[in-house]
Design a protein around this ligand. Structure first.
Ligand SMILES: Cc1cc2nc3c(=O)[nH]c(=O)nc-3n(C[C@H](O)[C@H](O)[C@H](O)COP(=O)(O)OP(=O)(O)OC[C@H]3O[C@@H](n4cnc5c(N)ncnc54)[C@H](O)[C@@H]3O)c2cc1C
Length: 439
C-alpha cells in the first residue's frame, strides 16, 4: 500500500473514533459496571463508523485517489456490516445485562430517545440487508439507491436524536461542542454529495454531439461541454458518472469508463453496451440532448505506472473501453513501449472497436490476441477461455514482472487471468483489476 493510502486509513480511523473520543473526553459519568460501559462505548464507536460511511460515498477525489473508488465502495460495503454488528451488540448487551434501561419497547408509550435508538438500528439494518440482498429481493437499482439514501440518512438522524436525547454522556459543555462538530462534519458530507455536487453538475452541462452504433449492441456516445471548458484533464482508463435525461439531483447516474483519449478533450466519448434499463436507451439519445458528468474517478490507468517497461491488457467484452482509452492515448503520445492486448469475445462479429484496434497496431508497438468463444471457420487464433498457457504462449519470457497488467471484464475471466499471471510469477502488485459492478 502507498504512503498516501496509509495516511488516509489513519485519517479514517481517527474520524471513526471521534465520537468515542467525545465520550471519553473530560469527566465521565459514574460507571455502572463493565457491560454498561462497554455497550455505551460500542454505541459511540458504531455511530462513528456509520457516520464515516457518508464520507466514504462522497467521492472526495483526494481521498479516493490512493485506492480507487471501487475499493472505497467495497470498504463502504464491508464496513457497514461491521458497523451494524457493533450497533447491534450495543443494543444486545443492554438487552441481556440491563433490560430495565431499555424501558418500554412499545413506541407509543416508550421514551422518545430510546425509540429513536431502536428506529436507527432498524433503519441501518434495512440499509444493509437491502444492499446485500438487492438482487435476491429483485430491487431495481434506481429504487434501491433512493431507499438506501433514505434509510441511511434517516437512520443517522434518529441515532443523533438518540444520543442527544439520552444526553447523559455529552452533557458537559466541552463535550457538547465536540459532539456538535462531529455531527456537523457528517451533515456537511451529506450536503456536499446530495446538494453541492449535483448543483455544480447542473451548472456545467454537456451536450450530446454524436451517437454512433458499434458492434455487439454497443454505442459510442460523444459529448462536449456546453458553456464551459469541460474537464481540464483525466487519466486514460478513468471513468465518470453520467446522467442523461434527468436532473443530477435525482441520483439516476451511471458509471462508464471514458473511451476517448484525454488528448482529445474537451470531447469525451463513452462506449456503452446495452445491458439493462438505462443502457438500452442510449441508442435513442439524440444529438443536442443535455448530459451531466461527475468525474473523472479511478486509478486504472497507464498514467499511474509511468515506470512500467510495457503494458498488458486482459479484457472481455465491454471491458475494452478503459483499455481503448489507454491505447488511444499512448498512440497520441507516440509512446512505443510494448503493449499486449488479450481480448476475449463471444465471436469475431462481437469484437467491439476491432477496426480501430487493428488501425492502432500500425502506430503502436501493439500485439493483439483475440480469444473467441465461437470462432468463425478457418480461425487460427486463440479460442475458448483465457488461461495460463495462453498467457505463456504470447507474453515475453523475460521481464514479465516489469510490465503492468490491466484486467477488465467478466469476473470469471479476470479471476482466470489473475490465476494465470500468478502461475507465470507476476507479482500481485503489478496487476490491477477494474470492477464494472460497484455494489
Ligand atoms: C467503474 C465502472 C466503469 C464502467 N464502464 C462501463 C463502460 O465503459 N461501458 C459499459 O457499457 N458499462 C460500463 N460499466 C457498467 C455500467 O455502469 C452498467 O452496465 C450500467 O450502469 C447498467 O445500468 P442499466 O440500467 O442499463 O442496467 P440494469 O439492468 O438496471 O443494471 C444491471 C446492473 O448494473 C448495475 N448498475 C445499474 N445501475 C447502476 C448505477 N447507476 N451505478 C452502478 N451500477 C449500476 C447494477 O449492479 C445492476 O444490477 C461500468 C461500471 C463501472 C462501475
Amino acid at each position: 500500500m502507498t504512503r498516501k493510502g496509509v495516511i488516509w486509513i489513519a485519517i479514517y480511523l481517527l474520524a471513526a473514533m471521534a465520537p468515542l473520543a467525545v465520550l471519553l473526553a473530560g469527566q465521565m459519568p459514574p460507571s455502572k459496571g463493565f457491560w454498561w460501559d462497554f455497550s455505551i462505548a460500542l454505541g459511540f464507536a458504531g455511530m462513528g463508523m456509520m457516520g464515516i460511511q457518508f464520507a466514504l460515498t462522497s467521492r472526495f477525489k483526494i481521498a479516493t485517489r490512493a485506492f480507487g473508488i471501487d475499493i472505497v465502495y467495497l470498504f463502504h460495503r464491508y464496513l457497514a456490516i461491521i458497523a451494524l454488528a457493533v450497533v447491534l451488540a450495543h443494543f444486545a448487551i443492554f438487552w441481556f445485562f440491563h433490560p430495565d434501561a431499555l424501558g418500554d419497547l412499545d413506541p407509543r408509550t416508550a421514551r422518545t430517545e430510546l425509540t429513536l435508538g431502536r428506529a436507527a438500528l432498524l433503519l441501518f439494518g434495512l440499509a444493509v440487508v437491502t444492499s446485500e440482498f438487492r438482487k435476491l429481493l429483485r430491487l431495481e437499482y434506481g429504487l434501491w439507491r433512493y431507499a438506501h439514501v433514505a434509510f441511511a440518512t434517516l437512520g443517522f438522524a434518529a441515532a443523533i436524536g438518540h444520543i442527544v436525547g439520552v444526553g447523559y454522556y455529552i452533557e458537559a459543555p466541552g463535550k457538547r461542542a465536540l459532539w456538535l462538530s462531529v455531527t456537523l462534519f457528517w451533515a456537511l458530507a451529506v450536503v456536499w454529495v446530495r446538494i453541492l455536487k449535483p448543483w455544480s453538475q447542473l451548472r456545467h452541462p454537456y451536450r450530446v454531439i454524436e451517437v454512433r452504433p458499434e458492434r455487439d449492441n454497443t454505442w459510442t456516445l460523444a459529448l462536449e461541454p456546453s458553456g464551459h471548458d469541460g474537464l481540464s484533464r483525466f487519466m486514460p482508463g478513468q471513468f465518470a458518472w453520467l446522467t442523461l435525461r434527468c436532473s443530477p439531483f435525482l441520483l439516476r447516474e451511471h458509471p462508464f469508463s471514458i473511451v476517448s483519449a484525454p488528448e482529445r478533450l474537451p470531447r469525451i466519448e463513452f462506449g456503452i453496451k446495452e445491458l439493462g434499463d438505462f443502457t438500452a436507451t442510449i441508442g435513442g439519445v439524440k444529438p443536442g440532448e443535455i448530459a451531466y458528468l461527475d468525474g473523472p474517478y479511478g486509478v486504472f490507468s497507464v498514467d499511474r505506472n509511468q515506470d512500467a517497461r510495457g503494458f498488458v491488457g486482459i479484457v472481455g467484452g465491454i471491458g475494452i473501453t478503459p483499455l481503448l482509452s489507454m491505447l488511444r492515448s499512448l498512440a497520441e503520445r507516440s509512446d512505443h513501449r510494448p503493449v499486449w492486448l488479450f481480448y476475449g469475445s463471444n465471436s469475431w462479429d462481437t469484437v467491439v472497436y476491432r477496426e480501430e484496434i487493428e488501425k492502432l497496431k500500425k502506430c503502436l508497438n501493439l500485439t493483439v490476441v483475440y480469444i473467441l468463444e465461437k470462432p468463425p471457420d478457418g480461425w487460427d487464433g486463440e479460442t475458448g477461455h483465457l488461461d495460463a498457457q495462453m498467457l505463456e504462449r504470447h507474453l515475453p519470457k523475460r521481464g514479465r514482472d516489469e510490465l503492468r497488467y490491466f484486467l477488465c471484464g467478466p469476473v470469471p475471466m479476470t479471476n482466470a487471468a489473475e490465476k494465470g499471471l500468478h502461475a507465470l510469477g507476476v507479482p500481485a502488485s503489478r496487476i490491477q483489476t477494474e470492477i464494472f459492478e460497484l455494489v
